[in-house]
Design a binder for this molecule. Sequence first.
Ligand code: ARG
Length: 475
Amino acid sequence: MSEQSKHHLTNQFDNKTTAWSARFTEPVSDLVKRYTASVSFDQRLAKYDIQGSLAHAQMLQKIGIINSTDLSDIKRGMKQILTEVEQGSFQWSVDLEDVHLNIEKRLVELIGDAGKRLHTGRSRNDQVATDMRLWLRDEIDIATSLMRKLRYHLAKLALEHANTIMPGFTHLQVAQPVTFGHHLLAYAEMFRRDENRLQDARARVNILPLGSAALAGTSYPIDREYVAELLEFDSVSRNSLDSVSDRDFAIEFCSIAAIAMMHISRLSEELVIWMSPRIGFIELADRFCTGSSIMPQKKNPDVPELARGKTGRVNGHLIALLTLMKSQPLAYNKDNQEDKEGMFDAADTLRDTLTIFVDMIDGIKVNSVAMRDAAKQGFATATDLADYLVKQGVPFRDAHETVALAVRKCEEKGCDLSELSLNELREFNNLIEDDIFNVLTLEGSVSSRNHIGGTAPERVIEEAKAIISELSNSI
Ligand code: ARG
């Protein structure tokens, strides 16, 4: 080996701006540099990159690759780097491509040779996979706790409105009366599933890829289990090729975020409808609405509208990631650098949306009178009349027909079923008795549905209380 190339190999971080300079004869253009660099967005992994490096260094010392002086130098250097990053004084350089090389270069600047030993037995390929898993694990924990808060607030509002009657809709037509509490708890169910999905995904995120090195593993006698323990991973990955190239965990997270945002968008759509002055079921607190610059009477539900809209971008990130990984041969390819921005944005969007919704749900003002009036208008208890007749021995299809005739009569008269007299009702079927008015009232209708999963106030109270007691310790 010539003196000159030896110099390159031993001093690459001192004299050159890239980690592989010795092999290259011409520099990349500024555009290519920017095009290939990820530092503008992956710097948010810095804390996790440092965490992973410290665990790696500790392991290298344990197996005798570096000595304890090196380790304490690395710890000291990393501590300073973390402070610089947190204070915003760290000088990020696009010349150093990504978060990993930026931090490593600074470490060498601060502590010299010990810094150059850190990258022994690893590659940026297993390093970045580790960083992302550490980052995502935290994000999943944040999203989980927000989901729990949201469920808690939904349950609290549901408990307050266990007896509030509103029309339940199918096809956005009044179908049967339900309690507002029951309606809210439907969303609590959706968010419970989202929370479960996050927990399922966490188990697959929490596996250590470090030690896979570039793709084939490393010839150093590394102790991967020790690193896993230090970083609180549940286990170590079982195939180095898969570990450096797998991005299932990011895709899975984006799919969970997309499903959760879809749930949020459904709730948002309802909030927007309910708040329309033509409906007037609820009012959102002013801090979630804006006015119009031209129409002084307007109060627009901007937050739920935007949440509905932001669902689209999260769906987009999911599709982008699936497409990114489609047909990629093993193992690591530079394509994978494109995994980050979408995943970051999906997590940010989910986090911000959930945080806002927790507060917004808490501040909903309910107009129970408007809800009740609407429930009275659409013959919402027609099914109850049919069920009454069935209980008197009329076959359900015949009962259905009879009630259809009764509804027609009400439409002609401009009244509700419960406003027909007993005699008028008996014209349709003389099995009808005075007790019919118990089931034709809205209260009678909802309270008769008191099986598990039904809309009866007693069930809503029970379900809401169960959620509140499940979550009250962790809120
Ligand atoms: N910045 C890269 C990424 O985000 C790190 C891994 C680079 N590895 C490589 N062989 N170029 O994926």
